[in-house]
Design a protein around this ligand. Sequence first.
Ligand code: TXA
Ligand code: MG
Length: 312
Amino acid sequence: MSEAVRRAAAELRRGRLVAFPTETVYGLGADASSREAIARLYEVKGRPGDHPVIVHFTDAATAFKWASEVPEAAHKLAAGFWPGPLTLILERASTVGDFVTGGQDTVGLRVPVHPLALELLAEFGGGLAAPSANRFGRVSPTTAQHVREDLGDDVDMVLDGGPCGVGIESTIVDLSRGKAVLLRPGGISTAQLESVLGEPVGTPDSAAPRVSGSLAAHYAPRTPARLVAAAGIESEIARQGAEAAVLAFGAPDARVDFWVRMPRDPVQYAQKLYAALRELDSSGAKVLLIESPPDTPVWRAVLDRLRRAARD
Ligand code: TXA
Ligand code: MG
């Protein structure tokens, strides 16, 4: 156990905020059983009080103590994907404070796989609320440096575990209303979920729980961004090359000053995405042109984030 982890756990017990790495993105951690700590978390994030946060645990048995009922599907998904980039929405136990659930009757539970996160959770002992460690609505941080840039002195401590491996947020599955419903695509694909569940995973209807990450303009850079089909990139560059920064698969075009080339593999793309959006955002360009990946299942989670980044 490193000295930094011991200190981080001690800070958390005193109600302080500690950012820590997970395999998806960096989380802003706070004691999920402390109303005061969570109030400060919401204040620093700038997050509305009715938006729930995900609570993180060291293992499934500990996590499920926070649920009033654990359906068979939850046991299956936990066995298949925990620790890992999956969040389960279950009915909350009566002991769970409504301050972490945004006043809803359900709670979001996750067991991350990042070794530093697991070490911290084990040393802390309880549940850690940890939304992505950025201000509300902005691009999630995938390095400790991103966290410091975003939150400055508002975060009491940052545990540095290097760049995150997955790079986009966890998959969220609602199991609180009978059948499994995908609330947010992420690190685990629908096909993976369905193969473990042995049944189809639905998409949300209007009665599904609220997910702030599903607000249209979430995960957004400050510079206006446009998602452009591969075939349209050339003419957009001809139109506004000098004004634009480009995120694309191909080699740089001489008419564009700021160009980030992305991998053609969706897993590698996701890993680089948020750092790339931050880079583009600080380039001084007037508009960000993003070449759209193909609309196929393997690109679903990435496309979801790109579509939100490109909304205003
Ligand atoms: O990968 C992740 O999930 C990262 C890392 C740090 O673990 N965390 C993360 O947290 O993305 P956050 O708070 O930025 O996003 C959590 C999402 C929100 O969209 C929230 O609305 C949803 O989870 N959520 C949490 N609890 C919920 C609940 N009880 N019902 C419905 N949605 C819930
Ligand atoms: Mg977030």
